[in-house]
Design a protein. Structure first.
Length: 100
């Protein structure tokens, strides 16, 4: 079997969990920073660090705004992030198929 490379931007466990949570959202939906923090049980610093890396790679879009007077940060997969995640899953399946 030819070597299959898993996207190193997505492969670390925390980023894979983030991408999976965002991909599970209904089309057009976004998650708040707080929602991801609670759902994934990540610290603010750890979540911020991984989100920054995914944003720099163009895999997610981060928007800052207000809900009433409260600041809110929302996150969603970009079109490129969705494509990268789909490729990651396809490659992961190839790796798993090669193990059987």
């Amino acid at each position: 079997m030819a070597s299959v490379e898993l996207d190193p931007m997505i492969h670390p466990a925390a980023r894979l969990r983030l991408m999976t949570a965002l991909a599970a959202l209904p089309p057009g939906e976004e998650a708040s920073f707080g929602q991801l923090e609670r759902q994934l049980e990540m610290t603010v610093g750890n979540l911020s660090s991984h989100l920054s890396k995914l944003e720099a790679a163009g895999y997610i879009e981060v928007a800052k705004g207000f809900a009433g007077k409260r600041p809110i940060t929302t996150i969603k997969l970009s079109a490129g992030g969705w494509s990268a995640f789909q490729r990651y899953l396809e490659n992961l399946n190839r790796v798993l198929d090669g193990l059987s």
